[in-house]
Write a protein that binds this ligand. Structure first.
Ligand SMILES: Nc1ncnc2c1ncn2[C@@H]1O[C@H](COP(=O)(O)OP(=O)(O)OP(=O)(O)O)[C@@H](O)[C@H]1O
Length: 275
């Protein structure tokens, strides 16, 4: 279980990005973290593995006090926290398999990682994970030869190769089309449930968050202003989180996306019929 207590972050510039954020996250629960730009979503995700140093408050991951660790212990602790990024953060000239194995770099001694010699068990796990994310046929492809959705699947497999106890996911679908976004969200949430992995997903797409997350946490100006199941995320609540104008604009955007998608599907059907 992840436990966050009174987490506060004030940047050196004086920007107060988080104010007194507290919540618990049980095993296997997927939280969709939503809120307008500048609400503190990225800061919260980054405070949890101390890529950003919290100003005060406490983060406990199972038995580990993340906020109390010294630099050396923190490095070891970060193995237990997997991250999946918007831009995938793959090494372009390495293969899919090598990218997934890089998830083990925190575990193997430097000289072994330098020669890229990984234990057999790591390689077996990587094959299993690549199968699980649907990339068995692409193991030896270079990362730069993959589509956006495939790249994110590699990012997911790499995070799981760490055998994490928590997944932090930053805008996983921001660079993907709506259909691929849904596939990626479905994959992430299925894996979390099967493996009882807790996850926090910073996601700008409220409809996706509502469709796939078990629980929604809404931030506004660094504070938690909503914490509940997706079913309670009513238009009133969303208007409170985003403001009336922004929420109306987001709805319009989602409607346009759905229309574009339907049009693309109809075009593809017509093309198939004509063949
Ligand atoms: N490195 C930094 N130095 C100073 N202020 C920062 C820094 N990073 C973020 N902030 C400020 O902290 C606040 C929260 O930013 P953060 O990026 O966490 O929000 P966000 O909800 O993730 O926004 P977005 O959806 O636009 O990515 C903002 O006011 C931002 O300007």
């Amino acid at each position: 279980m992840l436990s966050i207590r009174n987490l506060t972050k004030t940047y050196k510039t004086g920007d107060k990005a988080l104010s007194d954020v507290s919540f618990d996250l049980p095993k296997g629960q997927v939280v969709g973290l939503i809120g307008p730009s500048g609400a503190g979503k990225s800061t919260l995700i980054r405070c949890l593995n101390r890529l950003v140093e919290p100003t005060s408050g406490r983060v406990m991951l199972n038995d580990m006090d993340v906020t109390g660790l010294n630099a050396r212990d923190l490095r070891r602790a970060r193995r237990r926290i997997g991250m999946i990024f918007q831009e995938y953060a793959l090494v372009e000239r390495l293969t899919v398999m090598e990218n997934v194995l890089s998830g083990r770099l925190g575990y193997v001694p430097f000289w072994r990682s330098f020669t890229r010699r990984f234990p057999g068990a790591d390689i077996q796990r990587a094959y299993r994970l690549l199968d699980r994310v649907g990339l068995s046929a692409h193991v030896d492809k270079r990362a730069d030869a993959l589509s956006g959705g495939q790249r994110q699947r590699v990012g997911i497999a790499r995070a799981l190769e760490q055998e994490p106890e928590l997944l932090l996911i930053d805008e996983p679908t921001a660079s993907l089309d709506p259909r691929t976004s849904r596939q990626i969200m479905r994959l992430i949430t299925e894996i979390c449930r099967e493996d009882a992995l807790p996850a926090i997903i910073n996601i700008h797409d409220v409809l996706l968050a509502r469709q796939f997350a078990d629980r929604i946490i809404g931030l506004q100006a660094g504070r938690v202003v909503f914490d509940g199941p997706p079913s309670q995320l009513t238009d009133d609540v969303l208007t409170r989180i985003y403001g009336a104008e922004d929420w109306a604009a987001m709805q319009k955007c989602a409607a346009d996306d759905a229309e574009d998608e339907a049009q693309a599907r109809a075009d593809a059907d017509r093309l198939l019929e004509a063949l």
